[in-house]
Write a protein of this length. Sequence first.
Length: 626
Amino acid sequence: MRVVSVVAAAAQAEPADPPAAPPAPKPRLRAWGVHLLVACLALGLGVWVTHGLWSDPETHVLRENVSDQAFFEWLLGYGVYIVQHGADPFYAYMLNAPVGVNLATNTSITVYIVLFSPLTMLAGPQVSYVTILTLNLAGAAFAWYLFLQRYLVKNRAAAAVAGLFTGFAPGFISHANGHLNWTAGWVAPVVIWWVLKLRQPGKWLRNGAVLGVLLAIGFSIAAEGLFFVALASMVFVVVWSLSRATFAEARAATPTVLAALVVTAVVAGALLAYPLYMHFAGPGTFSGTGFNQRHYVEDVAGYVGFASRSLGGWAGLDSGDLSSNSTEQTSFFGVPLMVFLVFAAGALWSSAGPGRRATLRALFIVGLLFTVLSWGPRMKILDHETSIPLPYAILMRFPLFDSALPARYALVVVGVIGILLALTADRVLTSEWMSVRVQTTWAAGFAIALVPLFPLPLLTTVRAPEPKFIADGTWKQYVSDNGVISALPLAWTGAVDGQRWQAYTMARRGEQFRIPDGYFLGPGGANDTGRVGAPLHRTDWLLQRVAAYGYIPDITNYDKTRARADFEYWNLQAVFLPAQVTGSRGMLFRSALEITMTNLLGPPEHVDDVLLWRIRPGVDPVTTGK
């Protein structure tokens, strides 16, 4: 269905490619010059948005999402471990000892972590992280530009404006606060581009095979995003195919496309057989998601608001409080753009022929449907959940839909808007009958609609530096190779220092250590659903409360007994406390942790720049470390 939809759109946008003579040197040079200019603009914007991390990748961290950045840095470190040890890319025992973590049910970005492993070994996961984030944003804008100018518009400037909007739309800037998967917006245009090639006569075998590889790559980077694209394509083709003007074109393309699709299914199925098994039936799988779907929805008013990291938000029109958090401001297009789109859609419709109207109609319906889906199971207006039920209340009970967060469906709307902007700009710039005055009016409309959405740099803060105890390898004297050691508190959503320091160690190769707990998605939630992190033990609760609130409890013999049982379960050999402890919203209560651990385990050892408590199996905690 996906292929037919894109083929149909391409057939409407331009006829099948006729044999063409080699282009003249000047046009080709001019084309490459424009491509290079757009690529530089996209890369410049990417660096502009991420420069707070580039200024000091070691100690700077995204202020709005410390935990997710640490998780992706951990994955990048694990990529080096995969290359060095031939480890399973989809199940890791380095985290959540002794059980491990199913990475297929998490966002494991497998292709990225392996592809960038040389850079990770050379410069560390911190540098690889900001490199991928920057290239994701720039690559998405450039990929959309190339796709639009190849298949939809004649004017490259029109494609450039729309491509830059799509790559740096408020939703993607918001997800740049930690998400290497959702910022990979280049996946959609690249996959769709090759889908269009499926219609080429006589090349179904090659095109189908390449598409299968691209689908496997896309799944490993942004599986949820691919699901959204497939769903949007299915809706598009159903609506488009109902038009009399386009039915014959779709039918003519079907035999070649179906033959290529069989090849695609075989290749993608072979490459994804194990990942899909691990995702749906492997150890550590779960149903649903670890997040409340009624909470992660788009507010209706969010569509006309301005995101925090935009010029509009900076100018005092910040509507970020309408989102579930600063990473999920997925729409936030602003009033000017939404009004502009009404006029643009009307102008495109009035000048379109029957075939183009079929395409526009399908595009409008996709945009409207995904807007409604992004509102979740109940309509939410101005941060108030109403009693008005929406279609997602039913859909969220079905597989795949139960694992998606509704607000993110608005990212499909970004693509729809990008296409409408490209078509409108192309019509204005290439129209021979449109007066200069009318063109100027349209240009002003573009400026008023898009300038307030210009992205601002991501906010950053500082995090605890890696202790010498880890960086210099001193830890090897206190734990066996692949033994279990942990920073305090044990890694969880609110404190992930230990997890990222393990990532740095994996990136250096050599001996490794495992850690208990961690920040990831796993089983253990209510009604067999997922949860964030491992199910908590009593010692987890104790240490998290101390670290987050500074509360120092009275340690009883029962606490010591439970701690001994928890340490034995984790096979924990030692714990250490650095000079600072990074939390999700600033530094945590390090002194409270020192006092509590001393009361629990006895006086610590001073090793390098950390306090260390050794844990010997079978020994009462009060004697440990003496």
